[in-house]
Design a protein around this ligand. Structure first.
Ligand SMILES: Nc1ncnc2c1ncn2[C@@H]1O[C@H](COP(=O)(O)OP(=O)(O)O)[C@@H](O)[C@H]1O
Ligand SMILES: [Mg+2]
Length: 396
């Protein structure tokens, strides 16, 4: 089995660094991304103060007295799901038990061999279902034209940039999806091919159906040929998303404004849901309806995030963000002003907003939302307050 892991290792003994570089060269990890860093446990704590931790984190500490306190500090910055492997200097069963009780996945006594590390990694993901799964983010527009696809494409791009790990964007608006235009891709295969034979769909076939946008972002495009393709089976779609989530840390689903069994199933099962709405009554009603339907099916899961998009400063015909929030009972995670020149320029040049204008306030706000969706911020920060680009909107 070839692992697709994102692993960072912080060594303190140069001999360990040597062993880790042997591990990095092993065939088992040919599809993984390994980062080797000096500085041991202390460097890891500093490194992850504002970066998300990877799937596997290997830390070395040569001073036994620093191990316990250091791991406590590391735990504060660790994303749920990160497996921590500790390399330490003492062979002591009490220490071992203490580390396990702190949630450490494995403790290895220095000096370690490459084989020991590889066996540990196999052990971590040996059980069926233990293979790490990426986070799924389902994006849905309260109406057609609210900007949901644009927001989801830009979130996917920002997530790749921020996490520096593989992100897959899936265009599920099969007849009318705009991903080939937005990303300027010339694709030979699309989501239709991926769904054509669900029993055969695995990581290799999936890889063939996707196109690379950049180093981090892969796109499963929709043909956008206006043809109605036969009804989508829920099982096939769930299998496709599952395969993708084994290939990437994040899978962004761009869903059409279309209500079907499959769309409801994906919205109910996704780790995160982003609803993009405009500030009008129709959008408000549909957001409210969706949130009510989902609240029953998503008990105990992350509350959907609402993005209020295309907000026009001072336009009376629009509802205020407060009216919107009061009715749907969720304050918008993000309020995006209408900005035809920024969005128009990016669309015309087939660029992401961050490529068209890296320092724009809207780009920064979208990046913040992406960071929060990545799971890192949800753990370390209290629920973010509505980030309004228009302070007056919150005053009404
Ligand atoms: N905040 C905004 N300001 C101006 N134009 C926007 C904004 N958000 C999206 N758009 C534009 O709206 C159009 C429709 O967006 P799209 O993402 O395709 O919507 P949806 O997927 O919800 O149907 C696109 O031309 C897009 O560039
Ligand atoms: Mg769309």
């Amino acid at each position: 089995m070839i692992y697709r892991l994102v692993l960072d290792a912080f060594w303190s003994d140069p001999a360990t660094a040597e062993t880790l570089s042997q591990v990095a060269g092993d065939r088992l990890l040919a599809k993984s991304r390994l980062g080797l860093h000096p500085g041991g446990l202390a460097a890891a704590i500093a490194h992850y103060a504002d970066l998300p931790t990877p799937q596997v984190l290997v830390v070395e500490e040569t001073d036994p007295a620093r191990l316990g306190p250091g791991l406590d500090r590391l735990a504060e910055v660790c994303v749920a799901g990160t497996k921590v492997v500790v390399i330490g200097p003492v062979n002591d069963i009490r220490l071992y038990r203490e580390l396990m009780s702190k949630g450490v996945a494995e403790y290895l006594l220095a000096p370690v061999t490459a084989r020991q590390i590889l066996d540990t990694l196999s052990g971590l993901f040996a059980e069926p279902g233990a293979a790490p799964r990426g986070r799924t983010i389902a994006c849905w527009g309260a109406r057609g034209g609210t900007g949901s696809s644009t927001i989801s494409q830009n979130l996917a791009w920002a997530l790749g940039r921020h996490l520096q790990e593989p992100v897959i964007y899936m265009d599920l608006d099969i007849p009318f999806g705009t991903s080939t235009l937005a990303f300027n891709l010339d694709v030979k295969q699309s989501v239709v091919d991926a769904l054509a034979n669900p029993a055969r769909l695995d990581e290799v076939l999936m890889d063939r159906c996707m196109a690379d946008y950049d180093e981090h972002l892969q796109v499963l495009a929709a043909p956008g040929d206006g043809r109605s393709h036969s009804a989508i089976a829920v099982d096939a779609l769930e299998h496709m998303v599952d395969v993708a989530s084994r290939m990437a840390g994040i899978v962004v689903l761009d869903m059409p404004h279309h209500w079907a069994e499959w769309s409801e199933a994906l919205l109910a099962g996704a780790d995160e849901v982003v609803v993009t709405a405009t500030a009008d009554f129709a959008s408000l009603r549909d957001t409210k309806t969706l949130l009510e339907q989902l609240s029953l099916r998503r008990q105990g899961m992350a509350a959907p995030r609402v993005v209020l998009n295309r907000v026009e400063n001072g336009r009376k015909a629009q509802l205020s963000a407060k009216d919107f929030a009061d009715t749907v009972k969720i304050s918008p995670a993000l309020i995006v002003p209408a900005d035809p020149s920024l969005f128009g320029e990016a669309a015309t040049n087939a660029q992401m907003l961050g490529e068209a204008s890296a320092n724009h306030k809207i780009v920064q706000a979208l990046t913040q939302l992406a960071v929060s969706l990545s799971g890192k911020a949800a753990q370390s920060r209290p629920a973010a307050k509505a980030k309004s680009l228009f302070p007056w909107l919150n005053r009404t």
